[in-house]
Design a protein around this ligand. Structure first.
Ligand code: MLC
Length: 537
């Protein structure tokens, strides 16, 4: 791989200056499926107006601006405005319930919150509770008072000078214990990773990125958006992933990025194949393991080899299969330029090739710690400055990395992380519940999906459907168990720890029956019987 691009001495530290000001302002940067286009000049002017509005609200460098909004070009302008104003952008998944959102606002104490118009009343209540002084609305069509109020603001804005270590964004990431923590990402983190990816994946202004990912997580917001903006490429900006729409628009694109679910859904479309991909030069996959089956099928159907890469909220991207050179199924590739990746054993000692251990990462991409949790942050770093990912992996003799197991118990469903402990805590608080165990089960559409095994209190009777209903208002929809089963006890080892592997074995037949009843899953299996886990017929 190439060398890490260094920041020239006089190069501005504010990421914004690297994303927008590099190309002719009349070039199109985003187009929507309805044919609306926005140029780089539009992005500059709208982010200028919004930055002026933020300053009017008293936003000072380092202040948080929380955005729980649907994907739209205007949402991108808001993100850019935060960079320009020196604020920390805090994106929140729109699937979060009020209870979850309340926690994030209480923890991050933003100065400004932006939410969809239809959620205004509810979010206003939370803002009052946390003394958030400013609340605006932004809808999926660019409607709402945020754009209305910024319309009258000057379009020109002098982008705030920052130092490379200044905060650019906070993204919350859960852990196996405790509440979600805000990962602090600096301008230098985002800039170095964007430059590295543009180079590694050879982005140029001739590219057209079909952008289908949500923009409240690292994958859609940083990996996809930054590569396109920084290289002056055009984006076809979809509000959400819709396999049929992606299939229709692919012939106009050159690059596509997705989670594995996007690829399995595309493969389930009969007319998806070489003709649709004729102009494409790169498909990348991340956020969840890409099954070798999907990798092979995709290659057979399209002639393209999906490039898998590995990253985390805390570190952005760490490894990538090569653009030129062998892309290996099941491997997340080689360390990116400037990023050190090692497999460590006891006492953080590096292990030999092909030995399994913890994946640890050091480099300019690694975050600055968790928001107002310095002691906890320190515990995640080794004495020599490597970040402990908690993921288990190995590296072969050529330096290709393989993820063998994710951080303890983590379930990755359709590219979203679900921590069993969070779901278990929620179930255990319900009436009549003695205890519960939440496990990830193989799922042909989402890769893995959530299942809960619930033990009732003596004498209590529990309805699994009632449990699902109770959880709905409390947990984001992708965390909800797809199946709840009742059991009189949980298998435990001699130490008293619940044996989740045993639970997976015991309930596999029941789960398989359940999964087969889904129409979408049935379609996936009919069209491509090799998908994902074997479903007994
Ligand atoms: C939606 N549903 C899910 C789900 N997404 N269930 C489990 N897992 C998911 N990921 C459920 C909803 O609760 C709902 O259930 C039903 O599916 C339909 O909802 P939907 O919103 O219409 O679903 P759909 O649009 O089909 O969304 C599925 C998806 C989406 C795969 C397209 O989840 C997605 O875009 N995922 C990408 C995630 C992502 O960007 N991750 C990046 C993280 S960054 P019900 O019961 O209400 O009907 C990261 C770092 C890195 O990890 O390295 O990249």
């Amino acid at each position: 791989m190439g060398v890490m691009p260094a920041r020239a001495a006089n190069s501005p530290a504010n990421l914004y200056e690297h994303l927008i000001s590099r190309v002719a302002m009349d070039r199109v940067c985003m187009e929507t499926p309805s044919g609306q286009t926005f140029s780089f000049g539009d992005a500059d002017e709208w982010s200028g107006r919004l930055a002026n509005l933020l300053i009017l609200c008293g936003v000072a460098p380092g202040d948080r601006v929380a955005a729980q909004i649907e994907k739209s070009p205007q949402a991108v302008f808001l993100y850019l405005a935060c960079l320009r104003a020196g604020a920390a952008y805090l994106p929140l998944n729109t699937a979060y319930t009020l209870e979850e959102t309340d926690y994030f606002l209480g923890d991050a104490r933003p100065k400004v919150v932006v939410c969809p118009p239809e959620r205004r009343e509810d979010i206003a209540g939370l803002c009052r509770g946390h003394d958030v002084p400013h609340l605006f609305t932004l809808g999926r069509e660019g409607d709402g008072d945020l754009i209305e109020k910024s319309r009258g603001m000057p379009a020109s804005f002098r982008t705030v000078q920052v130092s490379p270590q200044d905060l650019a964004a906070i993204l919350y990431s859960s852990g196996t214990t405790g509440k979600p923590k805000g990962a602090m990402l600096t301008h230098a983190n985002l800039l170095s990773n964007a430059q590295t990816l543009v180079q590694a994946w050879a982005f140029t202004r001739a590219d057209v990125l079909l952008h289908a990912l949500p923009i409240f997580h690292v994958h859609g917001l940083f990996v996809a958006l930054h590569c396109a903006l920084m290289s002056g490429a055009r984006m076809i900006f979809l509000p959400r992933f819709d396999a049929a729409q992606v299939c229709t628009l692919l012939p106009r694109a050159t690059v596509f990025m997705g989670v594995p679910t996007y690829y399995t859904r595309l493969l389930a479309i009969e007319e998806f194949g070489r003709a649709k991909c004729r102009g494409m030069r790169l498909f990348t996959s991340g956020s969840a393991p890409l099954l070798a089956d999907t990798f092979e099928q995709f290659r057979r159907r399209t002639g393209h080899t999906i490039l898998e890469r590995y990253g985390l909220t805390e570190t952005l991207m760490n490894t990538s299969n090569p653009r030129e050179g062998e892309r290996l199924a099941g491997s997340v590739g080689l360390p990116l330029a400037g990023v050190e990746v090692r497999i460590a054993g006891q006492n953080d000692r590096p292990l030999a090739a092909d030995t399994m251990g913890e994946i640890q990462v050091r480099g300019p991409n690694v975050f600055a710690g968790y928001w107002h949790r310095p002691e906890m942050s320190a515990a995640f770093f080794t004495a020599d400055g490597f970040f402990r990912t908690g993921d288990l992996g190995r590296m072969d003799g050529k330096g290709y990395a393989y993820i063998v197991g994710r951080a303890k118990d983590l379930i990755i469903s359709g590219g979203y992380n679900v921590y069993p402990k969070e779901v278990e805590d929620c179930i255990d608080r319900l009436e009549g519940v003695q205890e519960s165990a939440v496990i990830g089960m193989p799922h042909p559409d989402f890769g893995e999906a959530v299942m809960a095994v619930v033990v009732p209190r003596p004498g209590a009777s529990i309805d699994p459907e009632a449990i699902k209903l109770c959880l709905r208002g409390r947990l984001a929809n992708y965390k909800l168990p797809k199946l709840v089963v009742i059991s009189m006890e949980l298998p435990r080892n001699t130490m008293g720890k619940v044996q989740k592997n045993r639970l997976r074995e015991v309930f596999l037949p029941k789960w398989t029956e359940f999964v087969k009843s889904f129409e979408r899953v049935a379609i996936l299996h009919r069209v491509a019987p090799g998908f994902g886990p074997e479903l007994p017929s």
